[in-house]
Design a protein around this ligand. Structure first.
Ligand SMILES: [Zn+2]
Length: 58
């Protein structure tokens, strides 16, 4: 499942990053962010927490 708000990928029912329950199984592509402050992908997606993120969420 991927969070519609911050695109974080989680197996739970609530997003651990933004605490949103607005999750969707319809997502594609994955970006693994290990160092958000030095990652270009993280900057582009507006990611501040490390973890797994979906590139596209519908
Ligand atoms: Zn979220």
């Amino acid at each position: 499942m991927a969070c519609r708000k911050c695109k974080f990928v989680t197996t739970g029912k609530v997003c651990p990053v933004c605490k949103s329950s607005d999750l969707t199984p319809d997502w594609s592509g994955v970006a693994l962010v290990v160092d958000p402050s030095h990652s270009q992908i993280a900057r582009t997606l507006g990611i501040t927490e490390k973890g797994k993120y979906a590139l596209r969420v519908t």
